[in-house]
Ligand binder design. Structure first.
Ligand code: ZN
Length: 293
């Protein structure tokens, strides 16, 4: 067994103990030639690059308004953040008692986030899923049952992704809401085949730049400080939280207050195309129809 394989197995074992979406690759840290920490992932495309050559964010961008610009996204490559900009993402919900509290905090700070829901959780809590979308947040999917897709056959993995999408979409449809094409791999466990396949299907794979590690049993203060520290080192990025933990509920107000104080802004992601997915429009080639879209 190679060392990297061993490390991966150890991390996956730790993941099982942690019980949730701990990206296995996030623990595999090595020192690059420049002395900086490099994140090793098995993705065929890298996560958005750390902004190390750009100046740190100025402390006053927006006069204390945390809500930033809205970014219309048709592909992963469209998610280009400026220094001082963050995207908030919440995985694994919705969960009664937790997701509601997260929504209230996001409202308090006037910011919008992206929720990557499990099909199983959305199916069990459709009203809550609808409430998230009705509050103006983007709702994407995260498989049906939080499966490590890297362990499945290609077809089984695609089926699991589609099952998750359908369940979230069905839950949202009950409230007249639609699913956004955002997707995140559970455990960030992906293959080149799956990633390419999803992207060709007009799905937007959301990577993670900053992992709050809110699945560790640390205090809210510790989680907020750790996440902020990583953000400060990077300057911008997509931040991973989970709307299933009480400690995340308690961390979020602390973290957002610190972001506000330091002049960051929260970018809202929205699908560039309306409709369920962009591909619906791409294939609509009826004469006279295109001009109206
Ligand atoms: Zn997850």
């Amino acid at each position: 067994m190679s060392l990297s394989r061993f490390v991966m197995l150890v991390v996956i074992a730790g993941l099982a103990l942690a019980g949730c979406a701990k990206p296995p690759a996030s623990q595999a840290i090595s020192r690059g030639p420049s002395g900086t920490h490099a994140l090793i992932t098995n993705s065929i495309l890298p996560a958005s690059q750390p902004i190390t050559q750009q100046p740190m964010p100025q402390r006053i961008f927006s006069g204390g308004h945390l809500g930033g610009r809205t970014l219309a996204v048709a592909s992963t490559a469209d998610i280009v953040l400026r220094p001082g900009e963050v995207v908030l993402t919440f995985d694994d919900g919705p969960r009664p008692g937790k997701t509601n509290a997260i929504l209230a905090t996001l409202d308090d700070f006037g910011v919008k986030a992206t929720f990557l829901m499990l099909g199983s959780a959305a199916q069990a809590n459709p009203r809550l899923a609808q409430q998230v979308a009705a509050s103006g947040h983007a709702v994407g999917s995260h498989t049906f049952g939080h499966v490590d897709l890297g362990n499945l056959s290609r077809q089984a993995a695609l089926n699991e992704i589609a099952k998750g999408e359908r369940a979230v979409q069905l839950a949202l449809a009950g409230g007249g809401q639609t699913l956004s094409p955002f997707f995140r791999f559970p455990y960030l466990s992906q293959t080149g085949f799956l990633r390419t396949n999803l992207m060709q299907g007009s799905m937007v794979v959301l990577d993670v730049d900053i992992d709050s590690k809110d699945y560790y049993k640390d205090s809210p203060e510790t989680i907020a400080a750790r996440t902020l520290q990583r953000l400060e080192a990077r300057g911008s990025g997509i931040i991973l939280f989970h709307d299933i933990h009480q400690r995340t509920v308690e961390t979020l107000p602390l973290f957002l207050a610190q972001l506000q104080e330091r002049g960051y802004s929260v970018v809202r992601l929205v699908p560039k195309e309306h409709g369920v997915f962009g591909r619906d429009l791409i294939t609509a080639d009826a004469p006279g129809l295109r001009g109206t879209l």
